[in-house]
Ligand binder design. Structure first.
Ligand code: PMP
Length: 392
């Protein structure tokens, strides 16, 4: 056998260590992590079937129930991003051919509708006006008319900056034999969520936003009502997103643990550490800190920078990712690049409903402080001056 290589070794000096730059994350996520959370990523991996990893999982599970305010046995973390978590909800709660309603307040809902169509569901896609959320009356009308098996909602919409009220929606869904599934990727650990009290049947949170861990994991919880559907559905979902298999790994119902894939113990430990930070501070304090610092940011950006908010009604605003419309003489591209180069700070530009209309500034996890809000305002002031003087 010839061992002559077909593809040559690309290694070039210097290049063995890739130096990731420090970035102050001030956009829609990912956000920065604490030193403790980063440090734990540097530990040696554990085998997926070891007592130490089970200890981490047990800790995560109980803290996750606190985070979501739920007693759901089926509460777990899956090794996939927020998108994978949404897909997990779609394919575990439905069978092809069934009707679902996807209420879209921005890009993320539209992506869920696309997932559902790919899974051959009959999709009723509702699209809210820019900066708007859905009223329960209009949602109930759609449920009565279409008799869906699941209603998908986005709680915090990071593309359009809205927060969809959910308190009471579960009861409405259940009255019409429908499950309520919620994308809380960006709102978990930022805005109040009461899974049991609000009657949410399935919820998916991200690791990289309000939680303050790196991206790549999603935080899932399913109500007993949702789990009934999961076990009774006809078409088994792909192994990697199968909630029944994941529930066995997480010993949700049974002490005997199953295996579905090798979890990254490093990432699980980072998620655990991020949850410890939230538990140490207390959930209500975490919510309050996010609300106050994000509201301060918006207030100062209106007063001192002459911005407006993309979401006109204050009660619709998601105090986590703030969609700021810049004064007309300030070009967002220049501001974005300037912040990155001078401050090593990354804000997000608009996407979906806010594309070319606003920038999106997020104070999430450890960055949700009044000090950071003021720092951002000073940074933007400088960037606006630069943008005004450097129009090309
Ligand atoms: N839903 C929402 C509301 C989000 O903000 C995001 C990420 N910006 C996602 C879903 C997708 O998450 P991920 O990028 O981790 O797949």
């Amino acid at each position: 056998m010839s061992t002559k290589l077909d593809v040559q070794n690309p290694y070039q000096k210097p290049g063995r260590l890739f130096d990731l730059p420090y970035v102050l994350q001030l956009g829609a996520g990912p956000t920065n992590c604490t030193i403790e959370t980063l440090n734990i990523l540097g530990s040696q991996p554990l085998t997926p079937i070891s007592n130490k990893i089970f200890e981490i999982m047990n800790d995560i599970q109980s803290m996750l129930r606190y985070l979501y305010q739920t007693k759901n046995p089926c509460t777990l973390v899956a090794q996939t991003s927020g998108t994978g978590g949404n897909e997990t909800m779609v394919i575990n709660l439905t069978d092809p051919g069934e009707t679902v309603v996807v209420a879209c307040t921005g890009s993320w809902g539209i992506r869920v509708a696309d997932m559902a169509r790919r899974y051959k569901l009959n999709v009723i896609e509702l699209v809210a006006g820019p900066g708007e959320v859905f009223s329960f009356e209009e949602l109930e009308e759609v449920l009565i008319k279409n008799k869906p098996v699941v209603l998908f909602m986005t709680h915090g919409e990071s593309s359009g900056g809205t927060l969809q009220p959910l308190d009471g929606l579960g009861d409405i869904c259940h009255k019409h034999n429908c499950l309520l599934a919620v994308d809380a990727v960006v709102s978990v650990g930022v805005a109040p969520i009461f899974v049991d009290r609000w009657g949410i049947d399935a919820i998916n949170g991200g690791s990289q936003k309000g939680l303050g861990a790196p991206p790549g994991m999603c935080l899932l919880s399913f109500s007993p009502r949702a789990y009934e559907k999961i076990v009774s559905k006809k078409h088994p979902p792909p192994q990697i997103l199968d909630v029944q298999l994941l529930a066995s790994v997480w010993a949700c119902f049974n002490k005997q643990r199953g295996y579905v894939y090798t979890y990254s113990s490093n990432m699980l430990a980072a998620v655990r550490q991020a949850l410890v930070h939230i538990c140490e501070e207390g959930l209500q304090n975490v919510w309050k800190r996010h609300k106050e610092s994000n509201e301060l940011l918006v207030e100062l950006s209106i007063k001192e920078l002459n911005c407006t908010h993309f979401v006109k009604k204050i009660e619709n605003r998601f105090a986590g990712v703030n969609c700021l419309v810049l004064p007309e003489d300030v070009k967002w591209r220049i501001v974005y690049q300037y912040c990155l180069e001078k401050y090593r700070a990354e804000i997000s530009f608009g996407i979906g409903p806010t594309a070319n209309k606003s920038i999106r500034v997020g104070l999430l996890a450890l960055n949700a402080t009044p000090e950071t809000a003021r720092y951002v305002i000073n940074m933007l002031k400088d960037a606006f001056d630069y943008a005004r003087n450097n129009v090309n």
